[in-house]
Design a protein around this ligand. Structure first.
Ligand code: GLN
Length: 193
């Protein structure tokens, strides 16, 4: 990996934490740029779509054309890490969602707020495919993957729902990998470059 440029979509949500986490994962071997308009994503070697409010972020993506740029980049093989609301936005299908159309990249069916109001926010130790020790994941009004196609590799589950999944250059996480010190998911994203 030679000096990568990572774009963090920055309309709304937990942007600064993702920028900091990605800068730490890069360790000086690249730069992070915040994306709020069209024209930046085509020059990025990797893209992060953070959590936040999926209806709001989806609206900004459609209005600015950044959503179309992400779809084009991801389709041409640029690594894309989408977390929480980001996962909802890149999925093929969102259960009972009529306010926006997801980008239709990750071949999964997602339910918003899958863990219900009683479990609004929680942490869980996940056994993740390929990790030698558990990963402490932070879930905030999190979605879950309730269906997936055979081209999708499930990396972690809670009960019968997937909470981390990968499909070629796309990675979708139901939780937030950016508020923790553990950068293993950011590193997977950078390793795909
Ligand atoms: N519940 C939010 C949504 O449906 C996602 C929450 C998050 O990104 N932390 O958009």
């Amino acid at each position: 990996m030679v000096s990568s440029r990572i774009g963090v979509v920055a309309f709304q949500g937990d942007v600064s934490e993702h920028v900091t986490a990605m800068e730490r994962a890069l360790g000086g071997e690249g730069s992070v740029v915040e994306v709020r308009r069209a024209g930046i994503v085509p020059d990025c070697d990797g893209i992060v779509l953070p959590g936040g409010e999926s209806t709001t972020i989806a609206g900004h993506l459609a209005r600015t054309g950044v959503g179309d740029e992400i779809r084009a980049a991801a389709t041409s093989g640029v690594p894309l890490m989408a977390t929480c609301a980001g996962l909802i936005i890149i999925s093929k299908e969102v259960v009972e969602e009529t306010r926006f159309l997801p980008l239709g990249l990750l071949d999964v069916r997602v339910t918003r707020n899958a863990f219900g109001s009683q479990k609004d926010s929680f942490e869980a130790d996940l056994d993740v495919e390929g990790f030698s020790s558990p990963y402490r994941a932070v879930f905030i009004r999190a979605p879950a993957i309730v269906g997936w196609n055979s081209n999708v590799e499930v990396l972690a589950k809670i009960e019968d729902m997937a909470v981390a999944a990968k499909q070629d250059n796309l990675m979708g996480l139901a939780f937030h990998p950016e508020p923790t010190e553990d950068l293993r998911f950011h590193e997977i994203c950078l390793d795909m470059i």
